[in-house]
Write a protein that binds this ligand. Structure first.
Ligand code: ATP
Ligand code: MG
Length: 444
């Protein structure tokens, strides 16, 4: 993409009403525009990151054997009357009446709808196990939407639903989700720690939340510092292997790590004092096993091997896709702007032309642009007629992890400059070496 043709409405001033870094930086970098309280347009740069996160979530879900589908945002109130949650859900539910006077709602989650799909089409244990998921907009009429996309009213979420014959199978599905979530967050360059949590309005007492440690997080968390040393890494895992998934769950949940809802001071005090940590975290996902809560009230059952009808065992598993954009920035920024991890960056690298209009500099930038594009990478070429200082400031603000700087002086010696946004370190290299370096970084 050539910046002169792109739509990147960066702001010079720091927006006054944005309280935390990620909100400020998303507004300044032209990623979002607020349209109403807690409701945002995703401008091109923000939309790219959102889609990159969604792509990683899709890939990891499907790697674990989960099946994508798409359910609508608007739902019929009657479904929610069946489960009893139409009244229970309270004021967070946005209720709508259509022209025929029918009660509708903008879905805050999809347990009822997916249970309805299941009961319409599945009747036998032979069709199990089954995990259906989608990534779809949700609406919750939060009393205090704040911190930009971190606590919006309309937000983008991955929600997956597991259907199994037995409790044992359902717990394997739960473990499988825990494993796949560890992989998912790590691919984005994030450490998200599974912590024992509370069921809330979804229900169930078998649940973990995934938290990213950050001072601006809304949850208070208590943990054994050893847990931050754990890495999932690039280990291969067979998602159908019950013991393997169970072992990962045990490895990642055996140390003390809880949110304030489940915190137990007496148990916490058994952790050696020097390892006890009280901190804040951002909830970026949650997994639940809740058994037959919805299948019983909504009549979703299957025939078991003996021909008996039994209610299906269920769980639901969410990832806050749009919240993750904010969480990633909270965990990756400095005073100059965002620092994207390579896994989610909106463009793979920036190209800064120090002297637009200089025949040699222009030609060298074009060559770099073509070489990177031909390798399947997406560079952002700042080809505007601007001062170098302004170009650098924009690149630092929008946070591309790598920048190639091209100027007449360097070109005389046959070099361009490759700079890491994270370390600030620069190297002078021949242009083609810079290209192969970038290709190597992204593994193409
Ligand atoms: P919270 O406790 O933060 O209100 P929740 O526990 O009610 O969230 P879940 O039902 O577990 O949310 O939804 C799954 C994921 O969706 C959460 O882990 C979070 O990352 C994200 N999420 C929930 N509410 C919002 C919101 N208002 N804005 C953005 N993301 C949200
Ligand atoms: Mg939650």
């Amino acid at each position: 993409m050539r910046l002169s043709r792109y739509f990147l409405p960066v702001l010079k001033e720091t927006p006054a009403d944005a309280q935390i870094a990620s909100h400020r930086l998303m507004l300044r970098a032209g990623m979002i525009k607020q349209q109403a309280a807690g409701i945002y347009s995703w401008l091109p740069l923000g939309y790219k990151v959102l889609m990159n996160i969604a792509r990683i979530v899709h890939e990891e879900q499907q790697r674990a054997g989960h099946i994508p589908l798409l359910m609508p945002t608007l739902q019929s109130a009657d479904l929610w009357r069946e489960s009893g949650r139409y009244d229970d859900y309270g004021e967070e539910m946005l209720r709508i009446t259509d022209r025929h006077g029918r009660d509708m709602l903008y879905g805050p989650t999809n347990e009822e709808m997916v249970t309805d799909i299941f009961r319409s089409h599945v009747g036998s244990y032979k069709d199990l196990p089954l995990t259906l998921y989608h990534i779809q907009w949700k609406f919750r009429d939060e009393i205090r939407p704040r911190f930009g996309v971190m606590r919006g009213r309309e937000f983008y979420m991955k929600d997956g639903y597991t259907f199994d014959l037995t409790r044992e199978d359902a717990l394997h599905a739960y473990n499988r989700h825990l494993v796949s979530y560890l992989r998912t967050y790590e691919r984005m360059g994030l450490q998200a720690i599974p912590m024992r949590a509370d069921g809330g309005p979804i229900g169930g007492d078998y649940t973990h939340e995934f938290l990213v440690l950050a001072e601006t997080g809304e949850s208070e968390v208590f943990y054994d510092s050893e847990i931050t040393d754990l890495k999932f890494g690039d280990r291969e895992i067979d998602y159908d292997n019950v013991e393997e998934c169970q072992a990962v769950l045990e490895e990642f949940t055996s140390r003390y790590a809880r949110t304030d809802e489940t915190h137990d001071e007496a148990v916490f005090n058994e952790v050696p004092e020097e390892r006890r940590r009280v901190a804040r975290g951002i909830e970026v996902g949650q997994i639940f096993y809740f058994g037959t809560k919805y299948s019983e009230s909504m009549g979703a059952s299957v025939q078991d091997k003996d021909g008996n009808k039994v209610p299906v065992e269920m769980g639901s598993h969410g990832i806050g896709v749009s919240r993750l954009v904010g969480a990633l920035i909270e965990a990756n920024h400095d005073e100059n702007g965002i620092i994207w991890p390579e896994g989610v960056t909106p463009f793979h690298c920036g190209i800064v032309n120090l002297k637009q209009g200089d025949a040699e500099a222009d030609a060298a930038c074009e060559d770099l642009y073509k070489a990177l594009t031909a390798a399947g990478l997406e560079p952002l070429y700042d080809d505007r007629n601007e001062r170098a200082g302004g170009k650098f400031a924009t690149m630092d603000l929008i946070g591309l992890p790598w920048r190639i700087t091209v100027g007449p002086r360097g070109l005389k010696n046959g070099v361009v400059e490759l700079t890491s946004r994270r370390t600030g370190e620069s190297e002078e290299l021949a242009p083609e070496i810079a290209v192969s370096r970038i290709k190597e970084i992204y593994g193409v």
